[in-house]
Design a protein around this ligand. Structure first.
Ligand code: NAD
Length: 492
């Protein structure tokens, strides 16, 4: 750990010294009025850096820079964009350690996962880079007296608004396809963890991305974020965050008729039937709620278990949960690090109190843990004897808190699984293939894994139903969002 702490200090020194500036038109700039806010490390609650606190005027400058850069970027041949995006991926890989260490200290996420997240960022760029040359390819539709040419063109400058939980990976997931499609970008990262967004835009420009193609404005959601969603030059908003912020963005973007893509919250069920491989199911259920501190949109926060195995299966989960290492995010053994911010820690702890008062049984954890640095550590927590009407079973806690609920039969499992406002992911464990088809067909979720934890295959659609989102990305779906489809009919 000490070696990692020394490295982290070296990587963070520049942020302490220079703060985190915005990037507008290729220039690193403070907010126009000089305003800043502090980002804290969740490890010890000490400030890591002063961050430029942009507002509407900064967003306006960034949107104008993105608009000015758009014609040239959009006209660049796909092959050239492909090469450049691969260069960005190379540069991410070359600086993966720095990115991971900074991310751990800014978010509290464990190095075990952030080392992979940094590399996944590079993979996101490579994936969309390879698709850039064909992004505009269309089709020819012939009919009597007419030849139709259908193509796609980039929609224009777009706004990307990201959350704090895994900011680096998520930013690459949203920005790489926008650039591959030929859009220019204004990125507004989350105020709780802004550091790696700064690294990312620098990496991109050092790799040769033309000035103004990618602009970064830090600031609060209610001013910089809101201004971005209202700006007339911004043609679409790719947003990842809470469901209620999604509704605000929809309202804010109404006057300028913004196209929106929302990846929102979840209360995702993992459904375990008695005929499943129960050891694998227990491993996966534990992984999906306690990795990434439970601060994960796809986390399996509701564990639905067939009644006859309820006791034995929750015992397996409890035994695994108790063994999870809570510790410093830079300690390679750590699985659960500190939660992002004292405000969020308070929210998570309040749900633990709510669960107790609702009459659920606290089987594991249940409170603050004293960890290195004294930050926002909350231990892996398991509630048993939960009923689906309880708030801990309905509301997104976004922390390491799992609610275990028994079900009688398949119909009951389906009713419980769908009885939520959300529908992002579902995880089904059964060895009955017919049941798996039947169940997944009826389950309200955008993404379902059968006999597996969340394993992403990047061409597949990513997104949720109900309050978990609007639209899909991944593969060609991302290009559909960032591009307009255009049809030209020629008379013959
Ligand atoms: P949040 O909605 O509070 O904030 C997300 C971003 O929106 C931040 O950059 C914030 O500054 C900005 N914002 C806030 N108010 C705004 C406004 N009025 N206009 C424009 N922008 C505004 O979310 P969070 O707390 O940062 O992140 C946690 C949430 O994100 C959870 O609900 C989680 O499930 C969700 N999430 C979803 C996915 C997914 O892919 N579905 C992935 C990760 C996180």
């Amino acid at each position: 750990l000490q070696g990692n702490l020394n490295k982290a200090e070296a990587y963070l020194a520049r942020f302490k010294r220079d703060g985190v500036l915005n990037q507008i038109g290729g220039e690193a700039v403070p907010a126009l009025d000089g305003a800043t806010f502090e980002t804290l490390s969740p490890v010890d609650l000490k400030p890591l850096a002063k961050v430029a606190r942009g507002g509407a005027v900064d967003i306006d400058r960034a949107a104008k820079a993105a608009k000015a850069a758009f014609p040239v970027w959009a006209a660049m041949p796909g092959e050239a964009r492909k090469k450049l995006l691969h260069r960005i991926a190379d540069a991410i890989e070359a600086r993966a350690e720095e990115i991971a260490f900074v991310e751990c200290m800014d978010t509290g996420q464990a190095l075990k996962f952030m080392a992979k997240a940094a590399l996944r960022g590079a993979e996101n760029f490579r994936f969309f880079a390879d698709r850039a040359p064909e992004a505009r390819d269309g089709e020819t539709l012939r009919t009597m007296g007419q030849v139709n040419l259908t193509t796609r063109v980039p929609i224009g400058p777009v706004g990307i608004i990201t959350p704090w939980n895994t900011p680096f990976m998520l930013s690459t997931w949203k920005i790489a396809p926008a650039l591959a499609a030929g859009c220019t970008v204004v990125h507004k990262p989350a105020e709780f963890s802004p550091l790696t967004a700064r690294l990312l835009v620098e990496i991109a420009e050092e790799a040769g991305l033309p000035k103004g193609v990618w602009n970064l404005v830090n600031g609060l959601g209610e001013d910089a974020g809101k201004a971005l969603t209202e700006h007339p030059d911004i043609k679409a908003i790719g947003f990842v965050g809470e469901s209620r912020t999604g509704s605000m963005i929809m309202r804010q973007g109404a006057d300028t008729l913004k196209r929106v893509h929302f990846e929102l919250g979840g209360k995702n069920p993992v459904i375990v039937f008695a005929d499943a491989d129960l050891e694998r199911a227990a491993d996966a259920a534990v992984f999906m709620i306690y990795s990434l501190n439970g601060e994960r949109c796809t986390s399996s926060s509701r564990l639905l278990i067939e009644a006859p195995i309820y006791e034995s299966f929750t015992a397996k989960v409890a035994e695994r949960a108790k063994r999870i290492v809570v510790g410093h995010p830079l300690d390679p053994k750590t699985v659960v690090g500190p939660l992002i911010h004292p405000e969020h820690e308070k929210k998570v702890l309040s749900y633990i109190d709510i669960g107790r008062s609702e009459g659920a049984t606290l089987a594991v954890g249940g409170g603050k843990v004293v960890g290195p640095g004294g930050g926002c550590y909350v231990g892996p927590t398991l509630f048993t004897n939960v009923t689906n009407g309880m708030r801990i079973a309905q509301e997104e806690i976004f922390g390491p808190v799992l609610s275990a609920i028994p079900f009688k039969d398949e119909a009951d499992a389906l009713t419980l699984a769908n009885d939520t406002q959300y529908g992002l992911t579902g995880y089904l464990w059964t060895s009955d293939v017919t049941r798996a088809f039947r169940f997944t067909d009826a389950l309200d979720a955008g993404m379902i894994w059968v006999n597996s934890e969340n394993v992403r295959h990047l061409p597949t659609p990513f997104g949720g139903v109900k309050n978990s989102g609007i639209g899909r990305d991944g593969g060609d779906h991302s290009f559909d969002f960032y591009m307009e489809t255009k049809n030209v009919a020629f008379a013959t």
